[in-house]
Write a protein that binds this ligand. Structure first.
Ligand SMILES: [Zn+2]
Length: 134
């Protein structure tokens, strides 16, 4: 087992209920993100059909980050989306926006770590509230 898939399996063992919620959220959001990408960039995204696995954990995220996305790479043929367990408390839609935010980064690719113009247009297309765009 390679490094990253081992991490994904470890993460999946934690917070199983949240992982299921987040996985359903990813399935629902993927077509919407693909549509927003098409509207923004003018072509289909090669990421639209990627397999995404979800981890819900604090241990894998740097201080101050609520989510992250590891794109598929030579070691691992699926993307790994990580969300903090705290995103599932309080306001019900909060984790949806955290996941949508990370999926926009994933679709735009590694070069778009910042929240530039294309990020903003896709966020607009999804109706993402301002506080979830940073
Ligand atoms: Zn971001």
């Amino acid at each position: 087992m390679t490094g990253i898939s081992k991490v994904a399996d470890l993460l999946a063992a934690e917070n199983e209920e949240y992982v299921q919620q987040a996985t359903r959220c990813v399935s629902t959001l993927m077509p919407a993100i693909a549509r927003a990408y098409r509207q923004t960039i003018g072509e289909e995204s090669p990421r639209a059909t990627m397999d995404v696995r979800v981890g819900v954990s604090d241990s894998d995220l740097p201080e101050g980050k609520v989510g992250s996305f590891q794109l598929p790479n030579g070691e691992c043929d699926y993307g790994v989306l990580t969300v903090r367990p705290g995103s599932f408390n309080g306001e019900k839609v909060h984790y949806w926006w955290v996941i949508a935010h990370e999926l926009i980064h994933a679709f735009l690719g590694k070069s778009s770590e910042s929240h530039g113009a294309q990020f903003g247009v896709m966020a607009d297309a999804l109706g993402m509230p301002e506080q979830h765009r940073k």
